[in-house]
Design a binder for this molecule. Structure first.
Ligand SMILES: [Zn+2]
Length: 303
């Protein structure tokens, strides 16, 4: 008798669990920043996985076999857009055979909707690099543009689970208010350094520099996705010296050797900055990542 009761309780518990899980919207985000925004808006009604862990190249997240069943079962795929994920996402979506997630479907959540890209190439012949064909996709490093991504994610969640609309909208507004308050803080922290020049390996920082009044002086890469030549590095070093560029940013997915050499030759400070949450320790959320970036600039420039 006891056993029967136990089994009945177990079955009830399992059914209960299944029902709760079934009600959750299953989301796959390409990058960790979008996963974090989705968790903030979706709250208890979403189950979010990110393809990237935070340390990868945003243009080349290594494809794992486990991604295919994950996408096959998902209700939404949340992406940066502007072809940022061109090297891995289209192939994964094709392999997933999930009709809900294909481009143009409501489950395909392009967070760039409503954002005007910087650095749109004049031609599409790839002469200006291979990885930014529709302009620079790294708008997430601008917390004001990240708000557009939050709104796009909310709209997509409401479309797929309208029964939770009130919760999604409330969560969205709470998060946007939190982001606004942090933005005021970040702006104040960087305000004394307006006009400061810096370089980085890849062109991640145009939107960030523009938003905070810094000057993105150039990239160590020759063009987006194209390694530097010796001549390019020599030219960059001599102009950085002439213009007193004080900061070299190194993104975690690129080797330290060349950025460190350039910093040494120019007397600039080398800082390693994440380009999405998880890129360096203690940056597990978007806000923590931006905090880390702003504080790293401030402490390097206060030296
Ligand atoms: Zn890029």
């Amino acid at each position: 008798m006891k056993m029967k009761l136990f089994l009945a309780a177990l079955i009830a518990a399992l059914l209960g669990t299944t029902q709760v899980n079934a009600a959750k919207v299953r989301v796959v985000a390409t990058l960790t920043d979008l996963a974090d925004l989705t968790r903030n808006v979706g709250g208890e009604f979403v189950e979010v996985r990110s393809l990237a862990t935070g340390i990868e190249d945003t243009h080349g997240v290594p494809m794992k076999p486990s991604f295919v069943p994950l996408l096959n079962r998902a209700d939404l795929v949340v992406l940066v857009g502007f072809d940022c994920e061109h090297a891995f996402l289209p192939a994964l979506l094709e392999a997933s055979k999930n009709p809900k997630l294909q481009p143009g479907k409501p489950g395909y959540v392009d967070c760039s909707k409503g954002i005007s890209p910087l650095e749109v190439p004049k031609s599409t012949d790839h002469s200006e690099g291979d990885v930014h064909p529709f302009g620079n996709p790294h708008y997430m490093l601008d917390p004001v543009l990240a708000k557009t991504a939050v709104r796009n994610i909310c709209d997509a969640l409401v479309a797929v689970a309208p029964e939770h609309e009130a919760d999604f909208v409330k969560n969205r507004d709470v998060y946007l208010a939190k982001l606004d308050a942090k933005f005021v803080e970040w702006q104040a922290a960087l305000a004394p350094f307006k006009g400061t020049k810096f370089v980085s390996y890849h062109g991640h920082w145009h939107y960030f520099a523009q938003r905070f009044g810094l000057v993105y002086y150039g990239t160590i890469e020759l063009k987006p996705g194209v390694d530097p030549t010796a001549r390019h590095i020599e030219g960059l070093v001599s102009s950085m010296k002439a213009d007193h560029v004080p900061i070299v940013v190194r993104e975690p997915q690129f080797p330290e050797k060349v950025p460190a050499l350039i910093a040494k030759q120019t007397g600039a400070t080398l800082i390693k900055l994440p380009i999405m949450p998880g890129g360096v320790p203690d940056t597990e959320t978007y806000i923590a990542e931006m905090d880390y970036i702003v504080h790293s600039f401030v402490s390097a420039l206060q030296k």
